[in-house]
Design a protein around this ligand. Sequence first.
Ligand code: IMP
Length: 196
Amino acid sequence: MKIVFATGNLNKLKEVQALVGPRVELSTPADHGITEDIPENQPTLEGNALQKARYIYEKTGLNCFADDTGLEVEALGGEPGVFSARYAAVNGAGEGHSSEANMALLLDRLAGVENRRARFRTVFALILDGREHLFEGVVEGVITSARTGSDGFGYDPIFRPTGYDQTFAEMPLSLKNSISHRARATTKLIDFLSTL
Ligand code: IMP
């Protein structure tokens, strides 16, 4: 089975290709001549994932899926959510996609706040023969009071998943990848594909 994964991130492509195994052959939008930025300007993760998948489907007519991920902090009403990648930039506290600036802003907003509960959430939108399907992966945890660990990316140094005493950035990547939001969403997508 051939499916287009609407991402320009080759690390993500490799990670998901390894998880789905040889039965499913993934390609990227660029493989089909789509090199422009795919629009993602919806207010929800579901909306963004669907928008990206529909864009590819409309242009190519091929089966495809797209993902969107956000960090949702309870005490901030679900922020940064869809703005996770550019949280500081959209709040005038930094430029571009700086993880350092994003973490600094989040720690600042949570200064003195007791409720540190947060979750990472990944949504996959799959379009298969014209039908749309959504899959969600969640990992619950807390935002720590300071950065710890140097592995990973994004908010990893300040996110400690429930049941562990290390942040994502302190864990071996193999452990993070076995419990992460993305892994959980990918497993649901694969389970669905394997029933076809
Ligand atoms: P994307 O939709 O996968 O590009 O993720 C959006 C943003 O969420 C990223 O730019 C990161 O800031 C954050 N993010 C997503 N996944 C992770 C993760 O596994 N660890 C830390 N931050 C993440």
